[in-house]
Ligand binder design. Structure first.
Ligand SMILES: [Zn+2]
Length: 450
């Protein structure tokens, strides 16, 4: 089946292209990019629309597995917002053995293509270290390294850390596990150990591993780490590393509120002073107080009785988030996390919201915005045939209306689909049309091979 996408504005930063051209797709690949109108079985008229490589979400959290099947929900949301490749297993967390997860994706297909990080915390717990505040034994560390090495061998893209969530992780444990990435030059991504004024030292800790082992480093969701007045200094710090030879980049999601579980260390004593807020900055997204802002009493009760309860905390500085996105070294990553259909709207809204709030108001150009979700993450992940639209590239394409694209998801209803995305194609097939899924199994596992 040949598909022609004609008359659209092709924006392809990987190839330094922004111009009107026609794309011909066949057998999963882009087979022609031309001013002609070649014969095709199906024609998509993209007049007035933007034609971009399928978006790549470098930071999200995968759907759970039940009865040997992935319970697709967040990956559906990814597809509806134009994402064709998503990276799970972030912040040190896997919902399931990531190697088996890749197998399930391959066996059953998925709404989008998926890469996986091997999560440090997952392998820590698998080694029997269940106390997040305590260090691991030498025996446990060996087990963790063995598991992580096997995961990298099986095609996980790298190792993720959520040092904030596992305070017992000492320097030796961190560096020793990170060393697993050295052999194949794999990526480490880190939700760093601390935020606000202590973010600088926390980023330095992770950068040290990049320097020692000469491996690439990704600093996760910097808006929720340094979005409290520290952004300018943090970006300078990271620029400094890069100018001194380190391969380091950051990602950020386009919201001014973060989301985590109420039992997380984020809410350990001192959080009110740290984020300069009161209890009502925290909204409960699940359970009997669903939708309500916390009081000192409900906060204490839920932290004790329902520590898994997802919350949203409205504490970030808009200026800092804008500053992050204006930096060329910062990509868009949704950090999407959904539990039983509940959570933060970033899972279903990040990409369209970015166009609506940051591109349409002129603060970031269309070209630079698309680069943050195509060419830059593709390069970061070593994806040679994705995040680009040249002849020979994978036919993962998104067609959207630059004037109409916007998020639909809200804090009250975080799974609502977006608007203004006409087509999402994976491997040349139509996966979503008008923000509704047409075919939800066109994606597969992408295994990292050295
Ligand atoms: Zn995180």
């Amino acid at each position: 089946m040949k598909t022609l996408i004609k008359n659209g504005l092709v924006v392809d930063p990987a190839n330094l292209v922004q111009t009107h051209l026609n794309l011909l797709l066949e057998d999963g690949k882009i087979v022609a990019v031309t001013e002609e109108e070649p014969e095709a079985d199906r024609v998509i008229d993209a007049a007035g629309k933007v034609v971009a490589p399928g978006f790549i979400d470098i930071h999200m959290h995968e759907d759970p597995v039940k009865d040997d099947k992935i319970q697709f929900c967040i990956f559906d949301a990814m597809l509806r917002m134009g994402v064709t490749t998503a990276v799970g297993g972030n912040c040190g967390i896997n919902v399931y053995d990531p190697v088996k997860y890749l197998d399930l994706l391959e066996r059953d297909g998925a709404p989008v293509n998926v890469m996986m990080f091997a999560g440090h915390q997952y392998y820590r717990e698998a080694a029997g270290a269940l106390d997040k505040y305590s260090p691991v034994t030498e025996e446990q560390r060996k087990m963790m390294k063995k598991g992580l090495e096997e995961a990298l061998e099986a095609g996980c893209v790298g190792i993720s850390y959520g040092l904030r969530y596992v305070p017992g992780t000492g320097r030796e444990e961190f560096l020793d596990t990170a060393s697993c990435c050295q052999k194949e030059h794999r990526l480490i991504s880190a939700h760093v150990r601390d935020d606000e004024e202590r973010v600088f030292g926390a980023v330095a800790e992770v950068a040290e591993a990049g320097k020692i082992f000469d491996i690439p480093v990704e600093i996760s969701h910097i808006g929720s780490m340094a979005g409290f007045g520290q952004m300018e200094q943090l970006l300078k710090q990271v620029d400094g590393y890069r100018m001194n030879g380190m391969d380091i980049t950051c990602d950020c999601y386009p919201y001014f509120a973060f989301s985590t579980r109420i039992g997380a260390t984020t809410y350990d004593d001192g959080w009110l002073e740290r984020y300069h807020c009161d209890y009502d900055a925290c909204q409960l997204m699940e359970g009997k107080y669903k939708g309500q802002r916390c009081t000192p009493e409900t906060f204490a009760e839920m932290r004790r009785d329902f520590p898994e309860c997802l919350t949203v905390c409205y504490v970030m500085d808009q200026k800092d988030i804008r500053m992050a996105f204006s930096d060329p070294g910062v990509m868009l990553g949704s950090d999407g996390l959904i539990d039983n259909g509940q959570g933060h709207p970033r899972a279903a809204g990040s990409f369209p919201k970015f166009f609506a709030d940051f591109v349409r108001d002129g603060s970031i150009s269309l070209y630079d915005g698309i680069a943050k979700m195509t060419s830059i993450p593709a390069k970061r992940l070593g994806l040679a045939d994705k995040g680009r639209l040249n002849v020979g590239a994978d036919a993962d394409v998104v067609v959207f209306d630059p004037e109409k694209i916007r998020d639909g998801a809200t804090f009250d209803d975080p799974m609502l689909p977006p608007f203004g995305i006409d087509y999402v194609l994976i491997g040349g097939e139509i996966a979503a049309k008008d923000c509704r899924i047409v075919k939800g199994d066109l994606g597969t596992a992408i295994r990292k091979r050295s």
